[in-house]
Design a protein around this ligand. Sequence first.
Ligand SMILES: Nc1ncnc2c1ncn2[C@@H]1O[C@H](COP(=O)(O)OP(=O)(O)OP(=O)(O)O)[C@@H](O)[C@H]1O
Length: 616
Amino acid sequence: MISQHDRQAAIAQNDQADGKEGPAPSRRQAVAHLRRLVPLLGSHRRLTIGATLALTAAALISLALPMAVRRMIDNGFGQGDGEFINRYFLMAMALAVALAIASALRYYFVTALGERLVADLRKKVFGHVLSLPAQFFDSNHSGEIASRLTGDTAQIKTAVSLTASVALRNSILCVGALGMMFVTSPGLSSIALAVIPLILLPLIVFGRSVRKKSRAAQDALASASSYASEIIAANRTVQSFNAEDAARQRYVCDVEMSYGKSIAAARSRACLTGFAIALIFGSVVGVLWLGAHSVLAGTLSPGSLSQFLIYSVIAAGSLGSLSEVWGELAQAAGAAGRLFELLNEQTYDREPEASMPLRSPVRGGIEVSDLHFSYPNTPQKEILAGLSMTVSPGETVALVGPSGAGKSTVFSLLLGFYDGSGGRLSIDGRDVRSIAPRDLRKEISIVPQEVTIFATTIFENIAFGRPDATRDEVVAAAIKAQAHGFITGLENGYDTVVGERGLTLSGGQRQRLAIARAILKDAPVLLLDEATASLDAENEQLVQEGLEQLMDNRSTIVIAHRLATVLKADRILVVDAGRIVEQGTHASLMRNGGLYKRLAELQFKGPATDTELDAA
Ligand SMILES: Nc1ncnc2c1ncn2[C@@H]1O[C@H](COP(=O)(O)OP(=O)(O)OP(=O)(O)O)[C@@H](O)[C@H]1O
């Protein structure tokens, strides 16, 4: 069974995923969300049937035990029949063994079902999220999506493996025990039934305020946890600003606040428990007092009174448990709702019905004419305002322009992350909107400004886009990218596992890995977003050599930040406010004395020497 600690962790994690505090689903919404989980159980029929049978068997055996007690008291003790007592004890022992087996099976099936369901959900949600369009990631926080995968699914696991089984078991026990109370003594049961609303009403009211306090405690914990993970992820920044003390203090405050709220919640819960026990057992004792008088009057046997007593304790206990599980089920429903929300997100809908891949061999001619575009989340702001440009097969074109001019946006449209709202963007004469994104992206390599390195081996990082690449191919790509030298210098060479986000590598090394990755992909179109971060001279030189290998014989668009790059480009296009405003060579643009000249004087850095400049 999942421990209370796990359950709280899941809830806290979930709250974190939820941002601050999402509105709890209404009772109807909660039921609807939970109902959507039911078909998922259907695909694991054996586990579901096993869990239900084991649950029911365990509950029914628990209900049979009090009958054995009655028979033993009335027929065994009452008549002094030792043989009868032996037989009944044997039967009771058999029931105990059966109960043990049913409980073990129940635990296994219910846990396995929860684990299976959550593993399925995680796979489904992750696969779906990966197929969502760029637009989705513009408006959703990646951390939040990730914690939905862990926190929300963990909560559903708790609901299925713990809460739902508690609910089902206690429902069977409650109905069964109440029914058996009536069979045992209709008179006493009627009195007990009349008392139940008197017990439940104050408990429900009081319970609500306790839940509110627990919620506040969980929120405080969630806020402390999210602060802690933010600070741990940014440990280098924190340490470099000597901000450890301030961070520690803030966390101490958060944890103390969460502690204070938890204690307040615990106090209320303790009072509620005391109050509930006083009411429930007070009523049971009251009813039993009446029962005792019935025994004295000879209208009820002592065994029946004992049987009634046990059933009433079972009924009261199961009612108590049932009143607790609703809150947890509602939370699981909230988690399920958030996951279904993700699953309801539309996947990439641009995939054209009868899309054909580009005609092979792809030559890589790019033509952009009068392209207009606004990002879906800021539709009022036009980013590309009639941009036109061409890149002939094998040509290298440098894009230069002020920050925010729309250079990277051109890359996003070429990669099919978004569609233009007007104009045309074509590769080898084919409108990119008529090419399935997967086919389109097969023909394009990108070396981004911020290189993504995964926490795996160098080999797998280079082979990222081509998992079938052989060792020789990977090494050949690394040699061309000027990365082989530093890789072989690492402790385990190509099998070295690089730290999270490539933190164990230098900026230049990361870039050379990205270049090797692109060389290995060997696509006819290359998009290159030069890093602005300054590299040391040696690294700069190596990166530059790697890039030259990569650009060789490919249609290349470079967002250029280095003079060496613009000097090597066949043409330079100057972008401003989503349009091409100037084009030419470095020398002609410098002579024009326009935007390019101003930018060049401010922006360019890199290994071009004065002689090179003069030559240009
Ligand atoms: N995903 C996005 N959603 C909304 N607006 C965006 C998005 N990405 C970029 N923008 C906006 O689009 C404009 C152009 O951005 P883009 O990244 O294309 O500029 P850039 O010329 O590449 O700039 P830089 O040289 O600084 O990288 C900017 O104003 C930017 O704020």
